[in-house]
Design a protein around this ligand. Structure first.
Ligand code: ADP
Ligand code: MG
Length: 695
């Protein structure tokens, strides 16, 4: 098979050997890139020349037909060619947009061309400038410009890569910047073994990248992409295979079938497990009845009932004479889990301990002692759990919640903390990815999936409105509060710092108490509060002593108050899709109809991607469907959490359509010899110490 046939680029002329280190230099070493441009690039995650070269186009635009200006008609995408006769800037009053207008003339007529928020272009559009513009007549007679060539450039006559861009840095400028970097592409070298490359007839990495960034035909771009994806997948699979080999090296306690404690646990639950939960539990039982440590991923949408299953696994350890530990990514979540676990522990006559870094020194030491002697059977905590000084008497099962937030190092450290025995491990995540995809990407994890939430839930009604209508949002909210419901107000994500975010939340709570929500009891929750304060506010909210909780994203995970049926998310456009879905999952936990209002800045100020995210949330409450959208919008790597080593480096892979490529990469990865090419080096770069010497 010749998967890359047709990618026929001119052979590379003789040149000096590749020097990959050269590409690690900052983008501002490129001609014409100053500090401001470098900062805008930085905001897109592009810091080095290498990053720029690996910035993958989101899609390609075929050229639009060239149409004489006199023959333009509404909404038809076209390219026009002409001469600027005058240009001016104006501001809109209401939306605060800058509109650039230029009159453009050819032999057949004149048209008014318009650009939004690209004031800097004005000085280049002096009368007499030859332009080629691509766009369409919109709203009457103006030609809304979507892409442009000035002074004899001929981009618009080619297939055009469209890059993930920002307001400060439109796709066109990125294209120019990539062009600047492209001459250096050969310094990338090629990590694939020469023999493999020859056998599969793969083009050089550099040539594939040129095809991606400057294709003659769309087909070439796709072939270049696949070549790059194949390499990524080969490296990833190699790393996963090595990690798997390292993980199953330990021995876990064999736990046998469930017994009397589990029977009492089931009796304690106020409901019967759903079919999905039972299936997950059965899979876990099978894993636990073996000395090979369980490595299982439990995935299910927010609110689908994963915690109940996790508790089951913990109790199985206790039943077998061992300990169970649950690790959460934040203190708030650890505290929430502790409340749940402790309630059950109490009912079953077990001892449960919360271990976080905010526990005072003496108590922390005492808790550690009781964990070491085995007096404590269940431990819930943050990564304070995996600190060097925490020793378990015998850790049988470790549950790691929201594991995509931990680095791989951390989830593996939990096994180191347990000393001799390797615990069985269950990783929980509410960032659902399609099952088939999970199996291949995680590679080293078995997957259980809670596909359906408990019966009787109504889908959350979601609306997206802009700022100017937020008063209306609060009126609706007040209506629900009057009916005895509770609500969350989520404050904007401020990247600057946790303390600024905390202050913003405090101020918003104070404002709401004075204004829209003066008639209600409003509390405020954020990451800067002491653990004790945070717990008492959460308690007050769950006992309905507060009607509204104004909060930062500390509520993103874990909070469980079924009477809270409404949520307002401010500046929702700042959040990621998965994060908004998580947030929204705090409502819709009971049988009442729940509502989520997403408030954004004006549409004109939003990127296309932001608009698509918000619309997707309005359209669907299905985490799996949303994950697919996220996959499209962001690329696979990021979906899985940027810290998930290895996966965040998938730039060119489209896991859904590249499944066959992935299977082939899996096969080749297994047969790869250690001394072949630079794959081993790449694997080490991605997986680090974990697989050193194994790849
Ligand atoms: P997740 O951890 O997946 O977000 P939880 O385990 O917190 O979900 O469950 C969400 C809510 O659903 C909780 O209030 C929980 O008590 C409830 N719940 C869980 N399993 C069931 C079930 N089988 N039947 C009814 N309610 C359930
Ligand atoms: Mg939960």
């Amino acid at each position: 098979m010749r998967p890359f046939a047709g990618l026929e680029l001119p052979p590379s002329p003789g040149r000096r050997p590749p020097d990959p280190a050269r590409l690690d230099r900052s983008v501002d070493t490129l001609k014409g890139v100053g500090p401001r441009l470098a900062a805008s690039l930085g905001a897109l995650g592009i810091a080095t020349v290498r990053d720029l070269l690996l910035h993958r186009p989101r899609r390609y635009e075929p050229p639009a037909p060239v149409v004489p200006i006199g023959e333009l008609w509404g909404n038809q995408e076209a390219t026009i060619e002409g001469e600027v006769t005058g240009a001016s800037l104006r501001r809109t009053r209401r939306r605060n947009l800058t509109i650039l207008e230029a009159r453009v003339r050819d032999e057949t007529g004149t048209v008014l061309a318009t650009w939004f928020n690209q004031a800097w272009l004005a000085e280049r559009l002096v009368p007499g400038t030859r332009v080629r513009l691509r766009g369409a007549i919109e709203r009457g007679s103006a030609f809304s410009v979507r892409a442009y060539d000035l002074d004899g450039e001929d981009d618009l006559l080619r297939v055009l890569p469209v890059y993930p861009a920002s307001q400060a840095l439109p796709s066109k400028r990125l294209r120019d910047l990539v062009e600047l970097a492209l001459p250096e592409v050969h310094d990338l070298g090629d990590p694939l073994p020469a023999a493999l490359r020859a056998r599969l007839r793969l083009p050089l990495k550099a040539d594939a990248l040129v095809a991606v960034h400057r294709p003659e035909l769309a087909r070439q771009a796709e072939q270049g992409r696949r070549r790059l994806a194949f390499e990524e997948l080969l490296v990833l699979q190699r790393g996963l295979q090595a990690r798997r080999a390292a993980a199953v090296a330990g021995r876990a306690p064999r736990l046998g079938p469930p017994g009397e404690l589990i029977a009492r646990y089931r009796a304690e639950l106020p409901f019967a497990l759903t079919g999905s939960q039972e299936a997950a539990v059965a899979e876990i039982d099978r894993d636990l009845d073996s000395e090979t440590p369980m490595e299982r991923l439990l995935q299910g949408d927010v609110g689908s009932g994963k915690t109940v299953v996790a508790l089951y696994a913990l109790l199985r350890a206790v039943e077998g004479g061992h300990q169970g530990a649950l690790m959460a990514p934040t203190e708030t979540l650890a505290e929430q889990h502790f409340l749940t676990v402790d309630r059950i522990a109490l009912a079953l006559g077990l001892r449960c301990q919360l271990l976080t870094s905010s526990l005072p020194g003496r108590e922390h030491a005492a808790a550690r002692d009781r964990i070491a002697t085995g007096e404590i059977e269940l431990v819930v905590g943050t990564h304070a759990l995996i600190q060097q000084d925490v020793r378990f008497r015998s850790l049988g099962v470790a549950v790691v919640d929201e594991q995509h937030r931990f680095g791989v190092e951390q989830r593996h450290a939990l096994s180191a903390a347990s000393g001799e025995v390797a615990p069985h491990r269950l990783h929980m995540t509410a960032t659902p990815i399609p099952r088939t995809l999970a199996l291949t990407v995680w590679g080293d994890l078995a997957v259980s999936e809670i596909a359906k939430p408990p019966a009787g839930r109504k889908p959350i009604v979601t609306r997206w409105i802009t700022h100017d209508r937020s008063a209306e949002a609060y009126r609706r909210l007040a209506g629900l509060l009057e009916q005895g419901r509770q609500a969350y107000v989520v404050c904007p994500l401020v990247s600057a710092s946790e303390s600024i975010e905390a202050r913003a939340a405090e101020e918003e709570a104070a404002r709401l108490r004075r204004a829209e929500l003066a008639a209600f009891r409003v509390g405020c929750l954020h990451g800067k509060l002491k653990a004790q304060e945070r717990r008492s506010i959460m308690d007050a909210f769950s006992r309905h002593e507060l009607d509204v909780l104004v909060a930062t994203t500390v509520i993103e995970v874990g909070v469980d108050v079924p009477n809270a049926t409404a949520m307002v998310v401010q500046e929702a456009d700042r959040f990621g899709l998965a994060q908004l879905h998580q947030l929204r999952g705090r409502v819709g936990r009971g049988s009442e109809q729940s509502y989520c209002l997403l408030v954004s800045r004006p549409k004109e100020e939003l990127t296309d991607a932001a608009q698509e995210r918000l619309q997707a949330l309005v359209d669907s409450t299905d985490g799996f469907a949303l994950a697919e959208v996220d996959l499209e919008l962001r690329g696979e790597g990021q979906l899985l959490g940027t810290r998930q080593t290895g996966l965040s480096d998938l730039r060119f892979t489209r896991l859904r359509s590249d499944r066959r490529l992935l299977l082939r990469a899996q096969g080749h990865a297994r047969r790869l010899r250690d001394d072949e090419g630079l794959v081993a080096l790449e694997v080490e770069r991605l997986f680090g110490d974990e697989v050193r010497g194994l790849a």
